[in-house]
Design a binder for this molecule. Sequence first.
Ligand code: ZN
Length: 387
Amino acid sequence: MWHQSVDWNYPTHIRVGPGRISELAGACEQLGIRAPLLVTDPGLAELPMVQRVLESLRGEKLAAGLFFAIKGNPCGENIEAGVDALRAGWHDGVISLGGGSAMDAGKAIALMAGQQRPLWDFEDAGDNYRRVDVDAMVPVIAVPTTAGTGSEVGRSSVITDTQARKKRIIFHPRMLPALVILDAELTLGLPATITAATGMDALSHNLEAFCSPSFHPMAEGIALEGMRLIRENLPRAVADGSDLGARQQMLVASSMGATAFQRGLGAMHALAHPLGALYDAHHGLLNAVLMPYVLQANRAAIEVPMARLARYLDLAHPGFDGVQDWILELRTEIGIPHSLEEIGIDNRQVEKVGRMAVADAAAGGNPIALDAAQYSALFERALRGVV
Ligand SMILES: [Zn+2]
C-alpha cells in the first residue's frame, strides 16, 4: 500500500507518497507562507531538482529564496548567516530540503527568525526553551532526502559550537516542523553505502527507543513496527536503489524512529556522538557498527524486550540470540563493516571516549547505567570486533 498518497496528522501533518514534492507550493499556502526560504546543503543545491523546486514555487507567485551555506555538521555561524538571509529576503517560512544537516539548520534558522537572544541561550537544559519568543518563530516544511535521522519529526537541532568545540542541542517543542513531505522519489539517487548507513541509523533509533526502560508504551509500539518495516525494506533498498516501495517504507520507518526516541536513546548514540566529533565518522555507520556490541553489553537488562521483538519480527531463532543473529546477518547483507577499526577509528583516545560517552545526553536512556570505564571497555570491543 506504499504507493498510496496518504496524509497523517501524527506526530505532525505528514504528506506521504512518491511525487508529492509537487505539492510544495500548496503546502506553503496551507501554512500561510508567501516567501519561503529553501534551506538545503551545498551538494543538493547544485542538482537540477533544487532548481526545479525553486522554479515551481516562483511559478506559483511565491517569493522563494535559497540558502545552502551549511556544513555537514551545521555550526552556529551557519545559523547566523541563514537568519541574515531570512531577514534580508523578508522570508516568512523555511523549507528544509535534504538530509539531517539541512533539517537541523532549517529548523534552527526558523526558530531564530525574530529572536533577540543568541542561539546558545536555547540549548536543551532545564527550561531554557521557555526563553524562546514563540511569536518570533516562522513555520518549517521539512522534506527529507535521506531515510535515517528522522529529524523532520524532531523537536530539536544539533548545532556545533565552534568556539567550545562541541555539539549543542537546541530544543523547543515548536521546532517540530508544521508540515512534512515524505516523497521516496527524492531518495532514489542515494548510493547503496549511504542507504545502508542511514537506514541503520533509523534502526538504531527504533531499537534504542524500544530497549529504553522508561514507561512510554506508545513509543514502544511505534518502535516495534518501525523495525519490522526496516527488516523488510532496508535490504531491498540497498540491493536495488530504484525500489520505490522499499524507499518509501524506509522514509516512514525513519520518521517512526525519531518519533519513538522521545522515549530515550542509549549507548549506541552515547558512543556514536563522541566518535563522530573526534573522528568525523558517519553517524549512521557508527551506530551500525556499534549495534551488536551494545546489545551484548545490555543483554541482562533486555532479555524480555528482545524476546518480544524476535516474536514480532518472526525471526529464525527466539529471544536475544535471535535478534543478535538477525542484526549480524543484516549488517553483512548490506555491507556494514564489523569493527570500528575497519572504518578508521583507533585506540588512542579510549579513556576520553568513555568519559564523553557517559556525559552524553543519550546515555540516560540506556537500559543499564554504564560508567566511563564500562563505556571504554565497550568501545574497545567494538574496535577489535569482539561481540
Ligand atoms: Zn542517530
